[in-house]
Design a protein around this ligand. Structure first.
Ligand code: CIZ
Ligand code: SF4
Length: 323
């Protein structure tokens, strides 16, 4: 514990010395989320992380999250240096949507507007017309549908199906999935709900359709946190990465939060509903990157300048739409 306190002190001093601000996702360690808040950074979803990074007046950014979040920050802020505690922190959606195959898929459907989820590489974004995050996906696809546009969606198939059902848009879907949310199980959730009949079920739309169908609230991380805060209900079953529980406990003190069951977590596994890549962010590698990365370049997110400019358009379009 003493060592952790020292590390935190060191990180705070280094953030100042490097003129850097820490931006953390809801799914990373509670300690990192707290540090981001204590030091004037932010803890949020990928939409707010992108916004915050762009508006920050600090010269440099440190992103505690996964690779696509660091890349998005760099693309929006090419003049800033962007670092991550571990550049290997990726995402199964990003991994499952290689740029070349994706380009071939787009080439087969030249009549469609290409909408990609934030959880993709810079190269995939460079090919897209729009980038969306889960908090704004419904609004943007609904808007495009109303204009008569047909959609090519990638990479999360569950989120794509959900949007398709909600908006009625004509969509063809890339078949990717999130390895965390894909594991939430319908049968087990049904049993859990029977045991807690008063509980409100909160589900992230990267989960399978039959799990989404059981939800009282379907939404992005920010929307789910809000639901715990604003609803009069006392008990919640939460189907998303359990890193979010830290923020929910702060937002809704005293309320009961129950993790939704995954294939393995009911009795045997305490960390199934947690992204292994988000978990790669820790105090030690955060300290290391702040102390050494600025000189050695280790942990620095680099995006090819031309590719970055191309990818910028679809992100900027979303941010502009969100205003
Ligand atoms: O699952 C993710 O990686 C999410 C929910 C990202 C985000 O904040 O949009
Ligand atoms: Fe990707 Fe899922 Fe991890 Fe989010 S939780 S970063 S979607 S693998």
């Amino acid at each position: 514990a003493a060592e952790r306190a020292d590390l935190k002190k060191e990180i705070k001093a280094l953030l100042k010395a490097r003129d850097a601000v820490l931006v953390a996702h809801y799914y990373v360690d509670a300690e990192l989320q707290d540090l981001a808040e204590e030091t004037g950074g932010c803890v949020s979803d990928s939409l707010e992380m992108a916004r915050f990074g762009r508006e920050s007046t600090h010269k440099n950014l440190v992103v505690a999250g996964v690779r696509f979040m660091g890349e998005t920050s760099k693309i929006l802020n090419p003049e800033k240096r962007v670092f991550m505690p571990d550049l290997e922190a990726t995402c199964s959606l990003d991994l499952g949507c290689p740029a070349e195959e994706f380009a071939a898929f787009c080439d087969q459907h030249p009549d469609r507007t290409v909408v990609v989820y934030a959880n993709t590489s810079a190269a995939v974004k460079a090919r897209a017309d729009w980038m969306v995050t889960s908090s704004i996906a419904l609004d943007i696809v609904g808007h495009l549908h109303a204009r008569g546009e047909k959609i090519l969606w990638a990479p999360d198939r569950h989120l794509g199906q959900y949007i398709q059902r909600q908006t009625g848009a004509d969509m063809i879907l890339w078949q990717g999935s999130c390895l965390v949310h894909d594991e939430f199980k319908y049968e087990e959730l049904k049993l859990l709900k029977e045991k807690h009949p008063g509980a409100m079920v909160l589900v992230h739309p990267e989960s399978p359709a039959e799990v989404v169908a059981m939800a009282d609230v379907v939404g992005s991380t920010t929307q789910l946190i809000k639901a715990t805060q604003t609803s009069g209900v006392h008990e919640f079953i939460v189907a998303t990465d359990n890193g979010i529980l830290h923020k929910m406990r702060q937002a809704a003190p005293g309320k009961v939060l129950i993790e939704a069951p995954t294939a393995g977590n009911s009795a045997t596994c305490k960390s199934c509903a947690h992204c292994p890549w988000m978990a790669m962010n820790g105090l030690r590698n955060l300290r290391d990157v702040l102390r050494d990365g600025f000189d050695s370049g280790v942990g620095e997110v680099l995006v090819d300048a031309d590719l970055g400019r191309q990818a910028y358009r679809c992100i900027d379009r979303m941010l502009d739409f969100a205003k």
